[in-house]
Write a protein that binds this ligand. Structure first.
Ligand code: ZN
Length: 379
C-alpha cells in the first residue's frame, strides 16, 4: 500500500467539537437541540466548515422523500462541500452531523432507481469524500410478513428492516444466477456483509431494544417539530386502519385505496399491536433489478431466501461500498401497493439509521478502510 494514500494517516479528530465554526445563519450549528424557528433556512450556510476529508459516513438514498428524511435527522447542517466535487461527479450532496459523525448524504438522480445508479452515486461519493469509512443505504422497501410458519414475522407498514443475517450477511441478490438443468435456480453472486463497525453497532442496537423502546418515534416527532411542513407532505403516521395486508392470492380490485377490496381477504394479524411504535426487524433483505408488486413473487422470494424485505438498490453498493441496508416498510410488494406510507416509512428508516449511528464506536470506525486505502492497495 502506498503510505501516502493511507487515509488513516493524519486522519483528523472525529470529535466535531474540535473545530467549531459558528454562523448565526446556520440552523443547529450552536448545539444539538433543534431550533424551533423554521424561518432559519439552512441554505443560508455557504461552505461547510469541514474539509471533504473530514466526513466519515456516507448515507445514500434513492428518492427525494428519503433525502428529506435524512436531512430531518441531522443535528447540524454544514452547507456545500469545501472542495467542489469534480465535474465528472454529478451527485448533489447534503453535509451535516448526526451524533458523533460527520455525514455526507447523496441521492440517486430523479426517476432513477436500481443497482447501477446506486453504484454510480456511491463511486462518485467515495471519490469526492475519500475518507468515508462506512455507508448506510437508507430508504423504503417492501416488507415480507409471514404469519404461516412457526417463526412469525409480524412486519407492519412503517416498521424498519436492517439487513443482517449470520449466513449470508443480510443482503441476497435474488434474481441473478443461472437456471439449472432440473429447472431450479442457483444464485451465483454473493454480496459482502456490512462492515464490522456497523455490525457491532447493530448488536448493541438490538440488545438495547431488549430493554427499552427504540427512539424512532422520538426522532420522527423531533423532525416534524423542526420542519412542520413535513406533516403536510405525509411524514406522519398514516394510522393502523391504512395498513392492510391481503392474502397473497388476492389481487387488488381498485388501484389506489383498496376501498373496493374485499375485507374478508385480509390477513388476520393477531394479536394486534398495542401501539403504533415501529418495530425494528433484523433479517435478510432480497435485492433485485425489478420492483416487486406481485404477492406470489414476494412469497417465492421469502421461501427461497428467508427474506423479510425486498428492494432494488443494495446490489449496486454492497461489494464496493461497505455499508448496511436500512429499509422502512412502505408496502407489501403486492398489487395493493399505494404511496400512502412512503414518506412515513422513509422517516422511520432515517430515524433508525440515526439511532444506529449512536452505537457506532468512533474507534471502530477508524479501523475501517477508506477509499484511499482500497485504491492504495489495488495499485
Ligand atoms: Zn387493494
Amino acid at each position: 500500500m502506498d503510505p501516502e494514500l493511507d487515509g488513516r494517516q493524519g486522519f483528523p479528530s472525529i470529535n466535531p467539537e474540535s473545530r467549531k465554526v459558528v454562523s448565526e445563519n446556520c440552523q443547529g450549528r450552536m448545539g444539538n437541540e433543534p431550533q424551533q424557528n423554521p424561518a432559519h433556512r439552512d441554505e443560508e450556510c455557504s461552505l461547510s466548515p469541514y474539509s471533504n476529508d473530514e466526513y466519515e459516513v456516507g448515507w445514500i438514498c434513492a428518492l427525494p422523500i428519503e433525502m428529506a428524511a435524512a436531512k430531518g435527522m441531522m443535528d447540524e447542517q454544514h452547507g456545500d462541500p469545501q472542495t467542489p466535487p469534480q465535474q465528472a461527479d454529478q451527485n448533489t450532496y447534503l453535509l451535516g452531523r448526526i451524533g458523533k459523525f460527520r455525514v455526507v448524504v447523496a441521492c440517486l438522480p430523479k426517476d432513477e432507481i436500481g443497482a447501477s445508479p446506486a453504484a454510480a452515486v456511491a463511486r462518485d461519493l467515495l471519490h469526492s469524500f475519500s475518507n468515508i469509512r462506512v455507508g448506510l443505504l437508507v430508504g423504503i422497501g417492501a416488507g415480507i410478513p409471514d404469519y404461516e410458519n412457526d417463526e412469525i414475522r409480524d412486519i407492519r407498514l412503517g416498521d424498519v428492516v436492517i439487513g443482517s443475517d449470520k449466513e449470508n450477511g443480510g443482503v441476497v441478490l435474488y434474481d441473478f444466477g443461472k437456471r439449472l438443468a432440473d429447472g431450479s435456480f442457483k444464485n451465483m453472486y454473493t454480496l459482502d456483509r456490512p462492515p464490522r463497525s456497523l455490525r457491532t453497532a447493530i448488536s448493541k442496537l438490538e440488545a438495547e431494544h431488549q430493554m427499552c423502546e427504540n427512539k424512532i418515534p422520538q426522532y420522527v416527532s423531533r423532525m416534524l417539530e423542526k420542519y412542520p411542513y413535513m406533516r403536510k407532505k405525509g411524514y406522519t403516521y398514516p394510522g393502523a386502519s391504512a395498513d392492510q395486508l391481503f392474502r397473497a392470492e388476492y389481487r387488488c380490485v381498485s388501484g389506489r385505496s383498496c376501498a373496493k377490496c374485499d375485507p374478508a381477504e385480509r390477513v388476520d394479524r393477531q394479536p394486534d399491536r398495542p401501539d403504533s411504535h415501529p418495530v425494528i426487524h433484523y433479517g435478510v433483505i432480497a435485492t433485485g433489478s425489478t420492483v416487486v408488486n406481485h404477492a406470489p413473487t414476494r412469497e417465492e422470494i421469502r421461501r427461497k431466501h428467508r427474506a423479510i424485505c425486498v428492494e432494488t438498490e443494495a446490489a449496486g453498493l454492497m461489494n464496493h461500498f461497505p455499508c448496511v441496508v436500512i429499509r422502512g416498510i412502505s408496502h407489501y410488494g403486492d398489487s395493493h401497493k399505494n404511496d400512502q406510507w412512503q414518506a412515513y416509512a422513509a422517516a422511520t428508516a432515517a430515524a433508525c439509521a440515526k439511532e444506529l449511528l449512536e452505537y457506532v464506536q468512533p474507534r471502530a470506525l477508524e479501523q475501517e478502510r477508506t477509499e484511499k486505502d482500497i485504491l492504495g492497495q489495488s495499485k
